[in-house]
Design a protein around this ligand. Structure first.
Ligand SMILES: Nc1ncnc2c1ncn2[C@@H]1O[C@H](COP(=O)(O)OP(=O)(O)OP(=O)(O)O)[C@@H](O)[C@H]1O
Length: 359
């Protein structure tokens, strides 16, 4: 799905938050605590959308509104056009069958086998044994754990437990999968394999995935759209590529600074000054996309400015499946050299950010 979150029509939407606020009674104090403040957000059908924010920003509350575990204080949450807040108990049960959910700590039943865990939602729905077998076996295949069907959760690794969690979430053939920090307890390699599985499920089953996380790495690897939440408000949203390459809000920038490859070497970061001294070099981050990534930019830059350029840090990466590069370079900060460099960056469509000055 390539349409920005704000431009989707309701017909393309899996979930719509329409002016949603959520206030909780503050214990021991008068008044209420506002966990979500007038959130309007549209989650495209068939997309993998990320909601990222720091601890306490309101991410879990947002997800609990989708499956009806909380009701909005103001506004509406629509899932496939259905107003969740207006559903009665029977309506909520049927809504929850159409939504799969995976969790940070997997929430498997230790007394049940792998098969038994995946079968549980089907047993609750009253499905007969043979139909359950027919549904569960292909799901275990899909998540790559067919050979573990008789094992117990305690005999599995974290990644395998999450695969079971995913199979269980898919058992009732939901149209929407909610992922609440599902990779936060996993090591980076296992995280990648679970994210790959989510991408496959999204592509093969056309399932919408709404993923909340505090990890930018997760958003970068798997989502096409992202919304940044800060103290209950959506402060930035859009295509993941655009938000990552042109972050506008301070919170987004702060979250991005934790990504590997965006950190400056310790010695440079320590010596960086906000104002240029005589003879200083300017330190600039260059971000480039598409065709620019294939050109010998640095040698062209050296020619254009007629001065030395030091490469301090660099990374080539992919965001939402699109390649981009980021380079941190330093060159003489005098007006003439800087002016030539600015012209070169402009002519070549490079996004630049001055990080500071070093001696
Ligand atoms: N039932 C509740 N009663 C009172 N306050 C609540 C309740 N649920 C959540 N809150 C408050 O709302 C705010 C948002 O909580 P929420 O769990 O949605 O944040 P989060 O972004 O998911 O954080 P984390 O990543 O730490 O789970 C927090 O300050 C939390 O203390």
């Amino acid at each position: 799905m390539t349409v920005p979150l704000s431009e989707l029509s309701p017909a393309d939407a899996s979930v719509v938050f329409d002016g949603v606020s959520k206030r909780f009674a503050a214990s021991g104090e008068s008044g209420a605590f506002t966990a979500l403040d007038n959130v309007s957000l549209t989650i495209g059908r068939g997309s993998i959308t990320g909601i990222i924010g720091r601890s306490g920003a309101g991410k879990s509350t947002l997800i609990r509104l989708v499956n009806g575990l909380e009701k909005p204080s103001d506004g509406k949450v629509l899932v496939d056009g259905v107003d969740v807040g207006a559903l009665d108990e029977a309506g909520l049960r049927s809504l929850r069958r159409s939504i799969g959910m995976i969790f940070q700590h997997f929430n498997l039943l230790s007394s049940r086998t792998v098969f038994g865990n995946v079968a549980l939602p089907l047993e609750i729905a009253g499905m007969d044994r043979r139909s359950i077998e027919a549904r569960v076996r292909p799901l275990l295949d899909l998540v790559g754990l067919a050979d573990k069907h008789g094992r117990y959760p305690a005999e599995l690794s974290g990644g395998q437990k999450q695969r079971i969690g995913i199979a269980r979430a898919l058992a009732t053939e939901p149209k929407l999968l909610l992922s609440d920090e599902a990779t936060s307890a996993l090591d980076p390699e296992t995280t990648q394999s679970i994210l790959e599985l989510l991408k496959r499920i999204n592509a093969e089953l056309g399932l919408t995935v709404l993923l909340i996380t505090h990890e930018m790495e997760v958003v970068k690897a798997v989502t096409s759209s992202v919304a940044v939440i800060d103290r209950g408000e959506i402060v930035e949203r859009g295509h993941t590529f655009d938000v990552f390459t042109h972050p506008k809000h301070e919170t987004t920038r702060a979250l991005l600074s934790g990504l590997p490859g965006s950190k400056l070497p310790e010695a440079i970061a320590r010596d960086l000054r906000p104002i240029a001294g005589v003879g200083d070099r300017i330190v600039v981050r260059l971000t480039f996309f598409g065709a620019a990534a294939e050109r010998p930019l640095i040698s062209q830059l050296i020619k254009s400015i007629g001065a030395e350029v030091n490469i301090i840090a660099g990374t080539i990466d992919e965001i939402g499946g699109r390649p981009y590069g980021s380079l941190v370079v330093a060159y003489a900060a005098d007006a003439e050299t800087s002016g030539k460099a600015q012209r070169f960056f402009g002519e070549n469509g490079l996004v630049t950010e001055v990080l500071g000055y070093v001696a």
